[in-house]
Design a protein around this ligand. Structure first.
Ligand SMILES: NC(=O)c1ccc[n+]([C@@H]2O[C@H](COP(=O)([O-])OP(=O)(O)OC[C@H]3O[C@@H](n4cnc5c(N)ncnc54)[C@H](OP(=O)(O)O)[C@@H]3O)[C@@H](O)[C@H]2O)c1
Length: 289
């Protein structure tokens, strides 16, 4: 394994979000909330430190959603980072209703999507959201109406770019009949590669692929997990290998590992500085398959 000399997320390179460019190693804010992604985090001040440290380490893509908390993650982002540095992109989402801890209900009623975007703008202290991702496609409403409402809000200047979350290739292409889509965010990590076809499509089109649960929500970062021995051999941590593997997997890959702790954040971001050989890439693939 060779280590680059460029520090922090800068070493991950960049990927385009429409006309914007962000570092390929981002940060996900879902863990800055209470149990069940409901209510405030246990340690508010540490959450603020995590967000500020992420940006200090070169992260320019911060993923969030109004449904995280709900509202908690967006409020923390504003408290920690507003006014935002010019190169920092806050990507949020709309399309999920929260009725309790661990309860997530897709709701694509265009009026609800509009309210979510309006309230995210207010909460984040933004005049325009650089990337608004449709969190889920709601089968109870026509796709044209859900994406169409976001297009209307883009035309009104409230959204800059539109992305999708948890879609198949057919849904991506159907949405692209309506408007340009700049990113797809799907579940994808070393241990669950079921979205491989969507990743390949995103890569072929040159649009960002944002893998959620890049650490399988924890197990791939665990000291006793499947990457334990390889990590020991390479003087790295399991989470670093899992993230370095993602970064090598595709040039459009934009992982957004989540954590509530500065120490974990620093370790995760250092993964950008790891360059895997083909043999190491294959060994990590096999270890976690
Ligand atoms: N589009 C969607 O539907 C969707 C769904 C889920 C998530 N997301 C987004 O994707 C982001 C990433 O997913 P995620 O945060 O759920 O899962 P993840 O990044 O795969 O894993 C996060 C978990 O791993 C732990 N962890 C992180 N770094 C670690 C380290 N270095 N050592 C040990 N443990 C570590 C964290 O605990 P600690 O807090 O203790 O570090 C946390 O419990 C979210 O934050 C959110 O922005 C999107």
């Amino acid at each position: 394994m060779t280590e680059s000399t460029t520090a922090g997320a800068v070493a991950s390179g960049t990927v385009d979000i429409g006309d914007l460019s962000v570092r390929r190693l981002g940060f996900g804010t879902m863990r800055l909330t209470g149990k069940g992604i409901w209510g405030p985090p246990d340690d508010h001040d540490e959450s603020i430190r995590v967000l500020r440290r992420a940006v200090a380490l070169g992260v320019t893509f911060i993923d969030t959603a109004d449904s995280y908390g709900p509202y908690v993650a967006e409020e923390l982002i504003r408290e920690a980072l507003h006014p935002y540095a010019e190169d920092v992109l806050i990507a949020t989402k709309a399309g999920l209703l929260r009725t309790g801890p661990d309860v997530w209900v897709p709701l694509g009623n265009p009026s609800y999507l509009r309210q979510e975007v309006e309230m995210s703008l207010r909460r984040l202290g933004l005049e325009r959201i650089d990337l608004l991702q449709l969190h889920r496609v709601d089968p109870n409403f026509p796709l044209e109406d859900q994406v169409g409402e976001l297009v209307t809000m883009r035309d009104e200047g409230k959204i800059r770019h539109i992305g999708l979350s948890e879609v198949g290739v057919d849904e991506l292409k159907a949405a692209q009949q309506i408007t340009p889509i700049v990113s797809v965010q799907n579940l994808y990590n070393l241990a669950d590669r079921s979205a491989e076809d969507v990743l390949n499509e995103a890569q072929a089109q040159g649009i960002a692929f944002i893998p959620w649960f890049p650490l399988a929500a924890g197990p791939l970062a665990a000291a006793d997990g499947p990457l334990h021995q390889l990590a020991v051999d390479h003087d790295a941590t399991p989470s670093q290998l899992a993230l370095a593997w993602l970064l090598k997997r595709s040039p459009v890959m934009l992982p957004i590992p989540g954590t509530s702790q500065v120490s974990h954040l620093e370790s995760n971001i250092a993964a950008a500085e790891i360059t895997l050989t083909e043999a190491e890439f294959a060994a990590i693939s096999d270890a976690a398959a």
